[in-house]
Design a binder for this molecule. Structure first.
Ligand SMILES: Cc1cc2nc3c(=O)[nH]c(=O)nc-3n(C[C@H](O)[C@H](O)[C@H](O)COP(=O)(O)OP(=O)(O)OC[C@H]3O[C@@H](n4cnc5c(N)ncnc54)[C@H](O)[C@@H]3O)c2cc1C
Length: 425
């Protein structure tokens, strides 16, 4: 039985741990957060590949994982429909997926309160060093899989040149209860994947389970994400709380300055459809995330592999972060099944996933270019996209709806697309 350590116990780490555990490996997750991880995420768009990964992880009944929408709709500033598409899709949420995956894994295989600091990695095995409440401890393994997110310490150790690059815009996010919304908003957009497209900006939203993961009508919620350009100077102000403390890279949800929230709500009233402005007004605690790209050139380092956001972060317009983590988990398990828990397995995994990750970053940059504060030829080229283009290209399942997309060559999203991807970076 191979010993495999997984660093990071969020969705990516849990997907890999469950898949590998079911396939007979001795798996242990090391997660730095102590206590409950619930309530950390918001809405998640799903794709067929995510459900395939969840099934491989042992999760059946995936139809209960979220809320189904049938249509997409774009609303103008007066709240009138300007584009509509039939596009069934299931929308879930971070906590729904986390709960399901966490429950599947035996408790002793999920160790919290370990801040991994470094890994020793040689021909015979790997040793992980982590800080715990009792001091520094070590764990040895045949392989270490790093799923420790966008600011991965493991990537920092093995590929320090790869850093998150700020995309030039932020996402204001929030989740508004269905029960507080007006009839007009409920009827015109609540049960749909909604879009609003002010010049150089974009708001999307969709229904998700409400409190307690309740998907019954009347008990659901609407998840919105509003992308707004922000120069480096504006970003610095947005990431500073009301007491003047600055949070480089990301501000905790409860710390966003109330004056920034008030300004954002005011802008929503003039720029967005009243339906979206109402949701934003009625969301108690909107939060803010800067948008970053992470693009790796290597994800296998001897006995250490990177997966999930630790390896690639594509802007959320492709709605692929968790799906990509599921694909990574499946590819890892396949490679380990074929080559054993060896460096060769990680090289096979890298060969499979590197071009996919790079193409995902390229496609997401292409979709988001027109929103960035720093303009270039790509953003200028994207500025004239129609509402129908945006509605039909955002967060689509390429397996199902790729024919609707204008991305230069859908085949490009497959490994042989690397050449095309490099021309638009
Ligand atoms: C605005 C926005 C919208 C999005 N929408 C979607 C969507 O619709 N669909 C979708 O699929 N994806 C979406 N995503 C992306 C998705 O949220 C991420 O891709 C996904 O959650 C990545 O999971 P992960 O497990 O790789 O990383 P993370 O969730 O970042 O987890 C990393 C884990 O590692 C732990 N950790 C970190 N450092 C250490 C350490 N030193 N030692 C031990 N543990 C450590 C952390 O505590 C954390 O639990 C969106 C992202 C954004 C910003």
């Amino acid at each position: 039985m191979s010993k495999i350590l997984i660093i990071g116990g969020s969705l990516g780490g849990l997907l890999a741990a469950n898949v590998l555990h079911r396939e007979g490996h001795d798996v242990c997750v090391l997660e730095k957060v102590r206590g409950s991880m619930d309530g950390r995420g918001a809405g998640i768009v799903t794709h067929d590949a995510l459900f395939a990964g969840l099934q491989r992880a042992g999760l059946d009944g995936t139809e209960t994982l979220g809320v189904q929408v049938q249509q997409r709709v774009a609303l103008d500033v007066d709240g009138q429909e300007v584009a509509m598409l039939e596009m069934p899709q299931i929308l879930t949420s971070w906590s729904r997926l986390y709960d399901a995956l966490h429950q599947l894994l035996p408790a002793e295989r999920y160790v919290q309160g370990v801040v991994v600091q470094k890994i020793d990695n040689d021909a015979t095995g790997a040793v992980v060093h982590g800080l715990t409440a009792e001091g520094v401890k070590t764990w040895s393994a045949d392989l270490v899989i790093a799923s420790d997110g966008i600011r991965s310490v493991v990537r920092q150790q093995f590929a320090p040149q790869v850093q998150p690059e700020y995309a030039g815009y932020v996402a204001w996010r929030g989740v508004c209860d269905e029960s507080v919304l007006s009839e007009r908003t409920l009827k015109s957009v609540f049960e749909k994947f909604g879009f609003g497209l002010p010049a150089g900006e974009q708001i999307i939203g969709y229904p998700v389970a409400g409190q307690g993961n309740d998907t019954r009508p009347g008990h659901r919620a609407y998840n919105f994400v509003w992308y707004r350009a922000a120069s480096e100077v504006t970003l610095a102000a947005l990431l500073t709380d009301a007491d003047g403390t600055h949070y480089q890279g990301g501000i905790p949800p409860g710390k966003v300055d109330w004056r920034q929230i008030a300004d954002m709500r005011q802008a929503a009233r003039t720029l967005l459809a009243p339906q979206f402005a109402e949701m934003i007004e009625k969301t108690a605690q909107p939060f803010l995330q800067p948008i970053f790209d992470v693009r790796s050139e290597q994800v296998a380092f001897g006995r250490v592999g990177l997966m999930g956001d630790a390896s690639f972060v594509a802007r959320p317009h492709i709605g692929m972060g968790v799906t990509k983590a599921a694909q990574d988990a499946v590819a890892l398990a396949d490679a380990i099944g074929e080559h054993g828990a060896t460096p060769q397995a990680l090289l096979a995994y890298e060969k499979n996933r590197l071009p996919e990750g790079q193409a995902a970053v390229a496609r997401a940059r292409w979709l988001g270019a027109y929103m960035q504060a720093q303009t270039n030829s790509l953003s200028a080229q994207q500025a004239g996209r129609s509402a129908r283009d945006v509605v039909s290209e955002t967060a689509i399942d390429l397996g199902r709806y790729g024919h609707l997309s204008n991305f230069p060559g859908e085949a490009a999203y497959r490994p042989d697309f690397a050449a095309v991807a490099s021309t638009i970076l």
